[in-house]
Ligand binder design. Structure first.
Ligand code: MV4
Length: 451
């Protein structure tokens, strides 16, 4: 096992990793920008190194400064957390070439999954269902027209170099397709320096369901069930839950097993999340994340497995000490992302925390680096806390969520807590009857009520 891990991240995820390390008797090194000199991750780590000015490009994304910090502190492994360098294959490769372990998959697997078209192709070959579409880029109009006829309208024009929802145009008929192709190419060239586009069947109002995977370096990959992340706006998840209201145990076992078998055949190692669109009982692979995810605590609550501990163990070469049949799912968990944002404009709104009182009690977990007196700098993500609740059923879990949200006190910054309360009190959310467009509709309805 590792003796000392450098954490190339900040905020709540840095704390989450420090907590796992302390329980595993592994020393920790925090890195921080000058804006984070008083941050909680710096205070809780065994050692810390300042790696640069506030701008992430010069600190948390500064590969050379991070490697130098690992070198001078004698770390033997680097944990990238999520965001920043967590899915940067070049960084993972540099880490390994400098003699440290990278706590994540191999650079080759990160690179493969970073190419959305190659990832989709690999998964399709391995027997995972993907969205029907062209196998590669569409090169001319006749080809696009024939492909769209075969797929069936509406189709979605996606940029090969896109991702995260950028560079997508819907076409409902041939006229829209031809206009859309020209526009998509122009936007893709301007945005990504690559004008290649491909077509997919456009799925309307799907759910976003992802499967958590965990693989060791000895050829075994297990699935840890799904998370439903459909409650999102502008590609930012707001609420995640497990299990999804639309899956039964048999479907979960069968489908999860199929995805785990595919990753086993790829020789994958580490944590992974396979993202799917889900509609009318069918799954369609969209992309794979090769990192620990923000919403991992809901899986920890329903499986009882410490994902960060497991991630560190498999990175150190340990075999998984359990089998698929040992993974049991109990109760229901919901995570709310609490962001520092203006309640009306929903824009990030940093500042300083005058008073702080997190909720507690049975089945309540708060992952946050906040404290009374902390400053929330404007340079990074606006996520300031995650509230995760667990209970025996979805109904009980939702009551617990409302109770915990009502206890939460954060003074000095506007937060998304009022919005989360409105969602938690909404009858449609209570039914679990939502899709990826639901939150935008919900916000629009609220806005018109106000005015
Ligand atoms: C889609 C889709 C509908 N049909 N593909 C957006 C992010 C990108 N990685 C994939 N995305 C989508 N692809 C087809 N064929 C709808 C989306 C989508 C979405 C997906 C997951 C979570 C939130 C989303 C919000 C808007 C659109």
């Amino acid at each position: 096992m590792f003796d000392k891990i450098l954490i190339a991240n900040r905020g709540e995820v840095a704390l989450r990793i420090i907590r796992a390390c302390r329980e595993m008797a592994i020393e920790t090194v925090a890195v921080h920008s000058t804006a984070d000199a008083n941050a909680m991750h710096v205070r809780l780590a065994d050692a810390s190194v300042c790696i640069g000015p506030p701008a992430a490009a010069e600190s948390y994304l500064n590969k050379v400064a991070i490697l130098a910090a690992a070198e001078i502190t004698g770390a033997d492994a680097i944990h990238p957390g999520y965001g920043f360098l967590s899915e940067n294959a070049d960084f993972a490769q540099m880490v390994i070439e400098h003699g440290f372990a990278f706590i994540g998959p191999t650079p080759e697997h990160i690179r493969l999954m970073g190419d959305k078209v190659a990832a989709k192709d690999a998964m399709r070959r391995l027997g995972v269902p993907v969205v029907p579409g062209t196998d590669g880029p569409v090169t001319h109009e006749v080809m696009a027209r024939d492909a769209a006829e075969a797929i069936g309208y509406p189709v979605l024009i996606k940029a090969v170099a896109g991702g995260g929802g950028r560079g997508m145009i819907v076409a409902h008929d041939e006229a829209e397709l031809l206009d859309g192709l020209r526009l998509a190419r122009r936007e893709a060239q301007a945005g990504f320096g690559d004008d290649r586009v491909y077509l997919e069947k456009y799925l309307e109002r799907p759910r976003h369901i992802e499967i958590q995977l965990l693989a060791d370096d000895h050829g075994r990959c297990l699935h840890l069930g799904e998370r439903d992340c459909s409650v999102q706006r502008r590609h930012q998840k707001v609420i995640e839950e497990a299990p999804s209201s639309v899956l039964d145990p048999k479907t979960r076992a069968r489908f999860g097993g199929r995805v785990a078998a595919a990753l086993e055949r790829l020789g994958y190692r580490g944590l992974g999340t396979a993202e799917f669109l889900y509609r009318d009982g069918e799954f369609y692979f969209i992309e794979m994340n090769t990192r620990l995810q923000v919403e991992h605590p809901v899986t920890e609550f329903v499986t009882g497995i410490d994902l960060v501990r497991a991630q560190i163990a498999v990175a150190a070469g340990e075999p998984l000490g359990f089998e698929q049949a040992d993974v049991r799912f109990e109760g229901h968990a919901i995570e709310c992302r609490i962001t520092a944002e203006d309640p009306v404009s929903l824009l990030p709104s940093p500042g300083s925390v005058a008073a702080y009182h997190p909720p507690g009690g049975p089945g309540v977990r708060v992952d946050s680096a906040l404290y009374a007196g902390a400053t929330v700098p404007p340079y990074y993500d606006s996520l300031i806390a995650k509230l995760i609740v667990h209970d025996h059923s979805r109904e009980a879990c939702l009551k617990r969520l409302r109770r915990a949200l009502s206890e939460y006190v954060i003074v000095g910054l506007p937060t998304s807590i009022p919005l989360l309360q409105a969602i938690a009190n909404d009858p449609v959310f209570a039914e679990g009857d939502y899709h990826i467009g639901w939150l935008a509709e919900f916000l629009e309805a609220r806005r018109s009520q106000r005015s």
